[in-house]
Design a protein around this ligand. Structure first.
Ligand SMILES: CC(=O)SCCNC(=O)CCNC(=O)[C@H](O)C(C)(C)COP(=O)(O)OP(=O)(O)OC[C@H]1O[C@@H](n2cnc3c(N)ncnc32)[C@H](O)[C@@H]1OP(=O)(O)O
Ligand SMILES: O=C([O-])CC(=O)C(=O)O
Length: 400
């Protein structure tokens, strides 16, 4: 199935009643005048990569339940699964890991581009710029066989941690640390950030967050990547667009906003009053709500458990208490549940990351899902180009 049908797809479950175009004379042709603002409830295409079932609170990658993957698999295994459709056997994992480790280094020209990005800009602007720059270095930029797309995907996956860690360190006035080829993906990244591999509890919690963030069907950033891919553009352009979409606070940027809010609240006993003020002012509470899940995000229990383990390990339970107060009060006042960004915000903070680095951590993981979708879109492409209902002035003449 492709997304180029004239009328909205009616295969969607829970499809909301469409709005209709304001004027039948200026609006679109009969049969095309339904408006699904924000594409809410619209099924645009099929995907074999992941399945979100809000009714049962289930999320699977290629058929595997994500909480199980987060418990039992490394990020390398999950990346392989998303790209190849199957978990790797021992030999495949060994070969995949070797290629990942070999591609971690940032070459000198890329290092100098990174160094020239202003430290005053948001770190998401740095990763966006760096992915765009990597495209300029790739002689096969415009070639899109599945084999080449997989190689480019793996390159971005391998090098993004090096970029994010170098950016984190320079903002702290520290020299970058070169990748450690003896360490796996999660350990190596934490080592490049902090100069040592932290305790096992921290490594496990971080690795789980990477698995949980990796993929989530047609979310806004993945859809942005698919739109760019659908025009026949290159993978770096598509990932650059996806990074731009993820930056927004209604999407990936929420994990940073959550931590800013928790710091503002500061004490658990202030949380309920703070929330009341937000709701009275009709402001969105960051880290709550979801376009698809209406009864809670399937990934939250796993990430909450990781947050809990990190909090108890470090003996710092203040954020956990603020979390509980907000979750409880929000549920009783609105029925709206936390999304994945709610537990990851304080978890990343406790792990020692600076708040503006939180969404780049999301990029490091989601690049696997984005590129799996870019490959899927390329293999079964249809230009993504919806219709609009015109609502401007009637046709008129330019004054003489
Ligand atoms: C990894 C991720 O990207 S997960 C999402 C991260 N984003 C956030 O946490 C930002 C905060 N949340 C939100 O803004 C929203 O819940 C979204 C954008 C994620 C989903 O929104 P939508 O599906 O478009 O639902 P919409 O925003 O229309 O909300 C429906 C109703 O619930 C309310 N609502 C939804 N989320 C929230 C929230 N976080 N705080 C307060 N009210 C909320 C809306 O105000 C709206 O109420 P109304 O019908 O009285 O106007
Ligand atoms: O699915 C969405 O709309 C947002 C989300 O949770 C994600 O991208 O992980």
């Amino acid at each position: 199935m492709t997304g180029n049908t004239a009328a909205p797809n009616t295969a969607a479950t829970n499809t909301p009643a469409p709005k209709t175009a304001a004027s039948s004379t200026t609006g679109p042709k009969a049969g095309t005048d339904a408006i699904y603002k924000g594409l809410a409830g619209v099924v645009v295409d099929t995907t074999a990569i992941s399945k979100v079932v809000p009714e049962t609170n289930t999320l699977t990658y290629r058929g595997y339940p994500v909480p199980e993957l987060a418990e039992k698999c490394s990020m390398e295994q999950v990346a392989y699964l998303l790209w190849h459709g199957e978990l790797p056997n021992d030999l495949q994992l060994e070969q995949f890991s070797q290629r990942e480790r070999a591609a971690r280094r940032l070459d000198r020209s890329a290092q100098s581009v990174l160094a020239r990005t202003p430290e005053t800009c948001h770190p998401m602007d740095v990763v966006r710029t760096m992915i765009s720059y990597l495209g300029t270095e790739d002689p096969d930029e415009d070639l899109s066989t599945t084999e080449l797309l997989l190689a480019k995907s793996q390159r971005m996956f391998a090098v993004l941690p090096t970029i994010v860690a170098a950016d984190l360190r320079r903002r702290r006035g520290l020299e970058p640390i070169a990748p450690h080829h003896g360490l796996g993906y999660a350990e190596n990244f934490l080592y490049m950030c902090f100069g040592e591999v932290p305790d096992e509890v921290i490594v496990r919690a971080f690795a789980k967050s990477m698995v949980l963030y990796a993929e989530h069907s047609f979310n806004a950033s993945t859809f942005a990547a698919r739109v760019v891919t659908s025009t026949g553009s290159d993978i770096y352009s598509a990932v650059t667009a996806a990074i731009g979409a993820l930056k927004g606070p209604l999407h990936g940027g929420a994990n940073e906003a959550v931590m800013h809010d928790m710091i503002e609240i500061d004490r658990p006993e202030r949380a309920r009053g703070w929330l009341e003020e937000k709701l009275t002012a009709k402001e969105k509470v960051m880290g709550f709500g979801h376009r698809v899940y209406k009864r809670g995000d399937s990934r939250v229990p796993t990430m909450y458990q990781a947050l809990r383990e990190v909090s108890e390990h470090l003996g710092e339970t203040k954020w956990l208490k603020i979390y509980a107060e907000l979750e409880d009060e929000m549920a009783s006042r609105t029925g709206i549940r936390p999304n994945l960004d709610f537990p990851t915000g304080p978890a990343y903070y406790l792990m020692g990351f600076d708040i503006p680095m939180f969404t780049p951590l999301f990029v490091m993981s989601r690049v696997t899902g984005w590129t799996a979708h870019i490959i899927e879109q390329t293999e079964s492409n249809a230009l993504i180009r919806p219709l609009s209902a015109y609502s401007g002035p009637q046709q008129r003449s330019v004054p003489a």
